[in-house]
Design a protein around this ligand. Structure first.
Ligand code: CO
Length: 483
């Protein structure tokens, strides 16, 4: 067991037991008991990075998003499953485990430092390299990402940390995305970065596969940049959702408050969709609608001169405050998001909300490789069975053409993000020919398991019991070549 991780005895029965540090690492893969039958064609690994250590060096981190990252992997082959995990050995982790210090600026926790040090470091804040949000395959090594410029390379087989990913360009990045898109046809990654300054700048860039030089193809200056977590692509356009949860960049430097506490919600301002041409970088237009808050875009596509954009929308930014660990551990019920469909008429410069789907829905996943940026039908997400649900308690499959929902749930169980794995060789039109994989917290037994569902029917095919209780995670990716 590594230092920096400590187990906290937690009560069973509530989802709030999830927000305690993981008890230990499993550096060597261990075989898991499997119940049910995993399809023989399913081969590969679910790889995640997520917050899993909340009391490093004896000091409590404050927010779910602050937790030190644990990399983990469920490997599936011939119906068998193994599990392995390892703390991401970031500088933030090393400082916490070796010196017992929080030395970097996390999402909502600042380093311990004297007034003098605070003054000096205000002008050179050390962004964290605690990449606990998402992972992406990138050749032999993968990258773990958070929202600072620092991404961590790791070996997806051993889960060993390789180091910070270096880029060979001068792109100015203060806030980055952990949700890049990948265009398989053009063999490039597309993402955005925000540079803070007297005039801040939203920048869109592309990075050829295997490359280290990001090419900025569009930018827009903005006085008060917003907190932005993801964006949308269609075949021709990139869409940034500029929401009224904004920061005065000078305040970021001088306030002495943790990063996210410098942002303010402006309920009297619009949420704006900023549309850019992917080919030439032209800012096609900005269209306004009523204020809402979002982390995750579901998908977007072009239809008869319009951009259709599906997004998980909250009424306001209250979800950020609701995810402080103190509130989660007290069992408070956070606000929920719904999938909304907006239609952006580009020539007319109008936005129309077409529909808001029930039920509550987050961590959306689609048949990404075939349908991202294109007309599509199904989205899977972590969802709530009823308004009384305290936390995600079902995996829902939403048919965006009818609003129909099929869901898997089990009493006392809290699923994480559902990952779709398509069955090889199946009809390209069938978005749901495959399985859904999700890591589920079982609050009754204070344990966790990987569940395998038939993506068509949402019926359970199998589950594999993890050797330890795992905190709820954010995002997972499936590597077909990783066994
Ligand atoms: Co996310």
């Amino acid at each position: 067991m590594a230092t920096g991780i400590q187990d906290v005895r937690a009560e069973t029965g509530s989802h709030s037991i999830g927000f305690r540090s993981v008890a230990r690492e499993f550096r060597e893969p261990v075989g898991l008991p499997v119940e049910g039958r995993i399809p023989a064609w399913l081969t590969g690994s679910v790889v995640r990075s997520g917050p899993a250590s909340f009391e490093p060096g004896g000091r409590s981190l404050r927010h779910w998003f602050d937790g030190l990252a644990l990399l983990d992997r469920f490997a599936v082959q011939e119906g068998r499953v193994t599990y392995a995990s390892r703390m991401l050995e970031s500088d933030a982790y090393r400082a916490a485990s070796e010196k017992g210090e929080i030395s970097y600026q996390e999402f909502a926790t600042d380093p311990c430092r004297s007034l003098f040090k605070r003054f000096v470091s205000a002008f050179s804040p050390r962004p964290t390299d605690n990449a606990n949000v998402n992972v992406a395959p990138d050749g032999h090594n993968w990258v773990a990402m958070t929202e600072t410029p620092l991404q961590a390379e790791f070996d997806p087989r051993t889960l060993e940390t390789v180091g910070v990913r270096e880029y060979d360009d001068g792109l100015k990045v203060h806030h980055a995305s952990a949700h890049p898109h990948h265009d398989t046809g053009r063999r490039e990654l597309l993402s955005y970065a925000i540079a803070y300054g007297p005039r801040s700048c939203y920048q869109l860039f592309r990075l050829p596969d295997g490359g280290r030089r990001r090419e900025r193809y569009a930018q827009a200056s903005v006085r008060e940049p917003c907190y932005m977590h993801s964006f949308a692509l269609t075949e021709r356009y990139a869409v940034l959702t500029d929401q009224p949860f904004t920061v005065n960049p000078l305040g970021l430097l001088l306030s002495g408050r943790p990063f996210i506490e410098n942002f303010r919600w402006h309920g009297d301002r619009a949420t704006r969709f900023m549309v850019f041409d992917r080919a030439g970088g032209r800012h096609v237009g900005t269209d306004e609608t009523e204020p809402f808050f979002t982390f995750h875009h579901v998908n977007a596509f072009e239809r008869r001169g319009e951009v259709v954009l599906d997004i998980c929308a909250y009424d306001d930014a209250g979800i950020i405050d609701a995810l402080y660990l103190e509130r989660l551990r007290a069992g408070e019920r956070p606000p929920t998001a719904r999938v909304r469909r907006y239609r952006l008429d580009l020539p007319a410069r109008t936005v129309r909300q077409e529909v808001e789907f029930e039920p509550a829905f987050e961590l959306p996943r689609i048949d990404y490789r075939r349908r991202n940026g294109r007309d599509y039908r199904f989205v899977w997400g972590a969802s709530n069975r009823s308004p009384e649900s305290d936390w995600f308690d079902q995996i829902a499959k939403l048919d965006t053409t009818t609003g129909d929902v099929v869901a898997w749930y089990e009493e006392g169980c809290h699923p994480g993000e559902p990952v779709l794995v398509r069955e090889p060789g199946t009809d390209a039109g069938a978005e749901d020919a495959g399985v859904i994989l999700s890591v589920v917290l079982d609050a009754r037994r204070a344990g966790s398991f990987l569940v395998v569902l038939d993506a068509r029917t949402m019926e359970e095919l199998a589950r594999a019991e993890a050797p330890v209780r795992l905190p709820p995670g954010f995002h997972a990716q499936f590597g077909r070549d990783l066994v």
